[in-house]
Each structure stands twice: as C-alpha cells, then as structure tokens.
Ligand binder design. Structure first.
Ligand SMILES: C[S@@+](CC[C@H](N)C(=O)[O-])C[C@H]1O[C@@H](n2cnc3c(N)ncnc32)[C@H](O)[C@@H]1O
Length: 359
C-alpha cells in the first residue's frame, strides 16, 4: 500500500530546509511558501495523485481525561537563559555565548539597558542568501560554527545555522524531563520513537534514561549533527537508531511491520519535506500522523507527545485531535503551551503549543 502522502509527492528537486519555517513568527512565511508550492505543483507531476488518503478510524471508547491549560515553563538556568526580550528580538544565553535573534512575539519593550544587549557575542542578521554562518554577525570576535553546550549534564553542540536556529529548542526541555521521568519510573525496557527529531537532544535524554531509541529525520545534515551530539555526550554506546526518512513513511512502515513503541514524540514543522520530496503540511497531515502514532504503540504505552509551532491553531485544536485519537485508552490528555521565562522582567515568552497523552 502506498503512503497516504504519496499523493502529494512531486518531482521538483527537494530543498529540505524545514527549519526555515520553525519559529512561530516564521509560520506565516511557511504557510505562504506552502500555498505557493501548492499553486506551482502540476497534478500531472504526481505519480499517484488519485491515491486515497489514510482512512481515519473513529476511535471507540471513552475519551481520555483532560488537563488544560498546562503551561510548561523553562526557567533561566546555568546552561540556557532567556535574558531579555522586546522590540521584536530576544537576548539569550547559550552556554558561553549571548545571542540576539529576531522574536516576532516580543512586541513589548526591552527590560534591560542597551549596554546589556550590546554585549552580545552573536546576532542573527539573515541579510545574505548564504548558507550557514554567513547570516550571523559576531560583534566581538569571529566565532566558529559550533560551541559546547550542556543540558542536565548532557554535552552537545550549539550551532549557528542559516535559519537563525542554534541546534536546540530549549523550551523542549520540559518534555525531555517529563519523558525521562516516565522512562525511569517504568522499570522495564522502554522503546521511544522520536519523529522529526532534529539534532537529537530528546533522543539523547531518552537513551540516557535507559530507553531504546529510534530517531527519524528527513535531513541527512540534521542526523549528522545528532550523531555528533551523541558522541559529544559520551552516549555512543547507547541504543539509538538514526534514520534518514520521511516521518510518515517511517511510521507507516512500522505499522505494517508490527514494530511498536512505548513513547512517541513528534514535533513536526508547519511545512517540511521528506528525503524523497514528500511534502509535509501540518494542517493536512497531522490527523493522519497522530492516528498512525496511536497504532504503533505497545499494549502498555507510556506517552505520546506532540508539539506544534504554529499560531494558526490554538492548543485546543491539537488537544481535541489527541483526545479523539486516544479514545478508549484511558489516561489523560494534557495540553497547553511551552514557555520560556525571561530573566530580566519575568515575562513569559510562548514558543509553541503542545498536547500529550499520558497513560
Ligand atoms: C521542528 S524541527 C524538530 C525539532 C526537535 N524535535 C527538537 O526539539 O530539537 C523539524 C525537523 O523536522 C525535520 N523534517 C521536516 N520534514 C520532515 C519529514 N517529512 N519527515 C521527517 N522529518 C522532517 C527537519 O529536518 C527538522 O530537523
């Protein structure tokens, strides 16, 4: 059986730059891009345009209990701090470096004095088409592409990327800690699937907590970075499978093969592409992927964690989707936002919506 997403595959060259649409304020651009991709695509190019989409089963049974709104907060810590925000930018401390990046949500005034912002080591300018580090300015001295970072004693690399990302999404730490707690408390072998896994921090946290991890990402480059992080963290002996693959195709294959997982993490971008040009569009593909995630769970699963960096939906939308999908499984669906607490004036910077089913 072909993927429900094959119908959207086209033959144009892949430009897998999904990170481009990652931040919430970039999603409008991502949606525009997606819309124009749709307009450009010639249906005749699609190999199987008539392929029927996955038929979503109506899940029988009582809906999981619900807990919302749940705001998961990352406070300033020794490894990472949101130092200040305002005037459309944020000032963050990533290990040794102070970094300034655009932040569309920071519509308020800065709390710190200009001289604090002027102490920045790196500023994302995005003013060239160049790939990588060329889009960054280093006011004090030129910096290399990567630098050492730590999360809860896991060493990894921060990285100046073309799309203003720095190789980690610090707000995800709330999920990592929660997941590590579930793995430790299970006191049995736990299998974790990390879809859209990027540089692998969640996979490393899960592996260190004792899980057997499968990490899937469409980008070979991202998988390379994740492997580097595994080495850097001294976790090379931990069981992590690194897979370059379209997330949906991989999940479909696991469903067919009967491979099952106790925890599934999925943190899809608004728009992305698989390695063979498979188009991922959050609003079109999320219901099917959520359903697939349910069908690849073990008989005694622990959690399914969905994060969505998109402002077009509220967390109520993904909450309803998750609750419908996990009907009949008991447990609770908890939904809300991931926020980072600012050091200067204590304001909350919202980064994303999330919804998680917990057994
Ligand atoms: C939103 S980031 C994930 C961030 C990560 N979960 C974290 O918190 O660090 C998006 C990732 O999805 C990947 N991606 C985009 N489209 C994909 C697809 N169709 N299949 C698999 N991965 C995809 C990108 O390569 C990128 O690494």
């Amino acid at each position: 059986m072909k993927s429900f997403r094959d119908k959207r595959r086209d033959n144009r060259p892949q430009h897998a730059r999904p990170e481009q649409v990652r931040p919430r304020d970039a999603f409008a651009a991502g949606r525009q891009q997606a819309a124009s991709e749709r307009r450009e695509a010639n249906p005749a190019d699609r190999q199987d345009a008539k392929q029927a989409p996955r038929v979503l089963a109506r899940r029988e049974g009582v809906l999981p209990a619900e807990r919302l709104p749940l705001i998961l907060e990352v406070a300033p810590n020794a490894d990472y701090a949101l130092l200040d925000s305002g005037a459309g930018e944020k000032l963050e401390q990533y290990g040794p470096y102070r970094i300034v990046r655009p932040e569309g949500q920071a519509i308020w005034q800065r709390a710190l004095l200009a001289k604090e912002w002027e102490r920045a080591d790196a500023i994302f300018t995005g003013d060239t088409d160049e790939e990588g580090i060329g889009r960054w300015r280093f006011p004090k001295q030129p910096l290399g592409e990567t630098w050492p970072m730590k999360h809860d004693d896991i060493d990894y690399l921060g990285r100046f990327t073309s799309f203003r990302h720095v190789g980690v999404f610090p707000e995800q730490a709330s999920h990592w800690d929660h997941m590590a707690g579930l793995i430790a408390a299970a006191k049995r072998p736990v299998k974790v699937l990390n879809l859209f896994g990027y540089t692998g921090l969640a996979s490393l946290v899960a592996a260190r907590a004792g899980a057997e991890v499968t990490h899937v990402d469409a980008s070979k480059k991202a998988i390379g970075w994740a492997r580097e992080n595994q080495e850097m963290a001294g976790l090379s002996d931990k069981p992590i499978r690194w897979i370059v693959e379209d997330a949906v195709k991989f999940a479909e294959r696991e469903e067919r093969r009967g491979s099952r997982y106790d925890i599934v993490l999925f943190d899809p971008p608004a728009y992305g592409r698989g390695p063979k040009g498979e188009v991922w569009q959050l609003f079109e593909d999320l219901p099917s992927l959520t359903d697939l995630c349910r069908s690849i769970l073990t008989p005694k699963p622990l959690a399914v964690v969905l994060t969505a960096y998109s402002i077009r939906a509220s967390f109520f939308a993904i909450h309803a989707l998750m609750r419908d999908t996990f009907a009949g499984m008991g447990g609770t669906v908890e939904s809300g936002e991931l926020i980072i607490r600012e050091k200067s004036a204590g304001r909350a910077l919202s980064t994303s919506l999330f919804s998680r089913w917990v057994a």
